[in-house]
Write a protein that binds this ligand. Sequence first.
Ligand SMILES: [Zn+2]
Length: 65
Amino acid sequence: MSEWEKLIPRPKSKFLRVKCPDCGNEQVIFSHATSVVHCNVCEATLAEPSGGKASIKGEIVTKLD
Ligand SMILES: [Zn+2]
């Protein structure tokens, strides 16, 4: 690892499989989403950005690395 790489913060970002609270659709979203993520089926909000880590609105089914 070079010097400059040590200086870059690396948040432990992950992908999450989230179940839509409205229609039950499961989809994979980024845990540090920087824009609002909508359900692919009913367009309910599944995640909103909140200062780094996204605020997850649905039920987290699985965490994927
Ligand atoms: Zn939905």
